[in-house]
Design a binder for this molecule. Structure first.
Ligand code: ZN
Length: 466
């Protein structure tokens, strides 16, 4: 029910006043001296601060002078299970070798406790950088994690269970039978779909490490439960060659033949995709997640990537930070900076991408990829009040003439000061309000030596650690 104050203004839960709002709304308004009214979990109004002051009185008001407000960022590809091996894995391994190293030496040694506390740390890292929604690609201990309090943090997202039932190119780590995988996946969906913040979806490893039956049945399960289905695909040329040998066509063509491509499918990496496959993806409504920070570090040949063409074809390419031992960070501002500049150099074309495109990828495209474009991804009346607020009275942001450029090319997530999710303050003055950060950090640090002892991985560096 609407409540009116004496002055005839509507009383709302929260008013943000001042600063610049990069709305990513259909008109792509960048509103200076902006105002946002929030009622309950939703945005009620976005406009000039004078308009908001005339119409609304906030039970709580945040002065956003010198701030930049953006829609909460969407990180569409992370891995909970790799967080405890951040900086443990050598940084000189190519993509396939790195994956082998991680999955044979580090991942099998992970305990549920490692994964629960590692994921809490990952979620906090993301949240403090302005990410409010994520898509996780498959954990080893999803039940323990969903029961282990990760929801309390307040960040929203989808997670799954790691699943592979086929050896590909010598990679057979952590394989299971198709029946076991499907049984566990369905259990997860049945037991945790009613969660508010972090809900299960269907995840398989992908990259040819699946049988036809697994990929078909997993997709059917995602349809039955009305959830997302995500998998890695076409990251390396070898997997394309293997698919051609085995199935007589390229991976995306094969998924199309199997009837797997669809609107609820998010395919990750997708570097070796030809134009015919781009057209197929666009027609099917499938989504693509581009992970530039992980790929560049691992030496993926991005020169073959067709992300500009995918965007041109109408595919809402989203961004992901990938795992903590691939990109090693989850600051989405750094990721969207790379997305903005990478293809300028690769194609000798400064106009091919840019700051605006990158912000779209990390907001509204991420929302579309997760099937949430009516709820998140822009600052608009009716959408959830998921807002990241950045401090610009800093040397990295100033001088500032164009807030969009400053955010993408000059800032990092470290300047994110306040995060609001579903209308509630979750980060204030760079501190997470929902959980005890110090406790999580201390627990994380207490597990470091144990990770080294159990995995037996020693530092690989030409330098002498003393
Ligand atoms: Zn991944």
């Amino acid at each position: 029910m609407e409540s009116k104050s004496k002055g005839g203004k509507q009383v709302v839960d929260l008013v943000l006043n001042g600063g610049t709002a990069i709305t990513v709304d259909p008109e792509r308004r960048v509103i200076r001296d902006a105002g946002i009214a929030v009622q309950g979990e939703n945005i009620l109004f976005v406009g000039k601060s004078t308009e908001v002051s005339e119409r609304y009185t906030g039970k709580k008001t945040l002065d956003c002078t010198d701030k930049v407000m953006i829609p909460g960022l969407v990180n569409a590809h992370i891995h909970f299970s790799h967080h405890m091996s951040k900086s443990l894995i050598p940084d000189t391994l190519g993509p396939a070798v790195q994956s082998q190293f991680t999955h044979y030496k580090a991942s099998p040694k992970l305990t549920a406790e490692n994964e629960v506390w590692g994921s809490k740390a990952l979620l906090i890292e993301m949240l403090k950088g302005g990410t409010t929604t994520f898509l996780e690609a498959g954990s080893y201990h999803p039940v323990e994690m969903l029961e282990g309090g990760i929801e309390q943090i307040g960040i929203k997202g989808f997670m799954g269970r790691r699943a592979s039932d086929r050896e590909s190119l010598g990679h057979s780590a952590l394989m299971e039978s198709t029946d076991d995988i499907l049984k566990h996946q369905e259990r997860l969906l049945k037991d945790f779909s009613d969660r508010k913040n972090i809900r299960p979806c269907v995840t398989i490893v992908g990259m040819q490490r699946y049988t036809d039956r697994l990929v078909i049945e997993a997709k059917k399960m995602a349809d039955r439960y009305g959830v997302l289905f995500t998998l890695h695909e076409s990251a390396w040329h070898d997997t394309v060659t293997e698919c051609r040998k085995r199935n007589g066509c390229r991976p995306i063509e094969y998924l199309e033949k199997l009837g797997v491509l669809d609107e609820n499918v998010a395919l990750v990496h997708m570097l070796f995709v030809n134009q015919k496959e781009v057209d197929m993806l666009a027609k099917s409504g499938s989504k693509v997640v581009h992970c530039p920070s992980a790929g560049v570090k691992l030496g993926y040949p991005f020169v073959f990537g067709r992300f500009p063409e995918m965007l041109e074809a109408g595919i809402p390419v989203a961004l992901g930070s990938d795992s903590s031992d691939c990109s090693n960070y989850h600051d989405m501002i750094r990721v969207l900076n790379l997305a903005a500049i990478l293809y300028k150099g690769l194609r000798f074309d400064p106009e091919i991408m840019g700051a605006e495109r990158a912000i779209e990828m990390a907001t509204i495209n991420g929302a579309k990829t997760l099937g949430l474009e009516n709820e998140i991804g822009s600052l608009e009346a009716g959408k959830k009040a998921d807002i990241a607020i950045f401090q610009t009275n800093r040397f990295d942001w100033r001088p500032m003439f164009n807030e969009v450029q400053a955010l993408v090319h000059s800032a990092t997530g470290d300047s994110c000061e306040t995060v609001i999710i579903d209308g509630k303050l979750v980060v204030d003055k760079q501190r997470v309000l929902t959980v005890d950060e110090n406790e999580i950090l201390a627990k994380l640090r207490s597990m470091e030596q144990d990770m080294v002892s159990r995995t037996g991985i020693s530092i690989a560096s030409p330098w002498k650690f003393m």
